[in-house]
Design a protein around this ligand. Sequence first.
Ligand SMILES: [Zn+2]
Ligand SMILES: [Zn+2]
Length: 300
Amino acid sequence: MQIIDRNNFLVAKKCIDALFKYLGYKNEIIEFLSRKIEYANNLNGDNWNLNLDLNGRFLRFNLGQVYCIQITSLECLILCMRDSLPLELSKSGDIEFRGYNKKLIVQSSDISSVPDCLVKVPNSIGCVIKKRFDELLPALEKSNMQFIEYAIRNTNILPQMKCTHSVGAIDFISVFLERDLPNPNFVFSAQKNENIVLRNLKKISESELKELALSKTDLPCKGHTKITMFIRSSYVVELSKRLANGICQDCGQFAPFVSKITNEPYLEIHHICPLSEGGKDTIENVVALCPNCHRKRHYG
Ligand SMILES: [Zn+2]
Ligand SMILES: [Zn+2]
């Protein structure tokens, strides 16, 4: 299994599509998840993340130090507060409940025989819907939101969790739902900045842009939060796009579509030697590619 780049849209799309290929209910689950992300972000934009596993095995929405929704190719596990679950679900057999007795997993469709799922959240119970998925998912909504409220107020995200957030997954869900989903505050700043900077850069001349692209130190800045995240030079990105003039530099074809955000031909800027491997953030080390060729560069 290969290690993936969590911040890349295409990589995230590939992983998430693969998870849902077996699991199903893609629309329902992504809608459910996105509402919870928006809810958590409104409560506290610094205390959640969306973690896409480095091997693409799961997508996990975390609040503070605990998980809340975990999607694998086999199941969608939703954490709820047992007191606020609709009573008729507690023995119906349609939901499998999950808890832990010390480290031992306990699963049953009878909620009364299942202990709490998380020590840090009293009353918490894991729920996996087994039957009538589209009917029962909305029934978990309220109880899952109460879990979110408790977890986000009573536990705190760890620094090492911050760097497992997947901007690529957020981008993917935003495109999938055609609405902008937030990233946690700690992620950026910088990502948001890049979009603002890029918008402003449209106005400056090519010679000015070349000067700026050269003037920047050729080593990428590291973000100033505790997490290591490489901030690409917006000058290099913009210059590379301008020089490509809408043409993919691998296949020579015109970009396949126009970006809804920028209204320009959609090309992606690829670092030939990745920043994470010490590659320089210079115009010589980037190419502007169509999404297909970009995927080929990464996966052959
Ligand atoms: Zn191409
Ligand atoms: Zn790339």
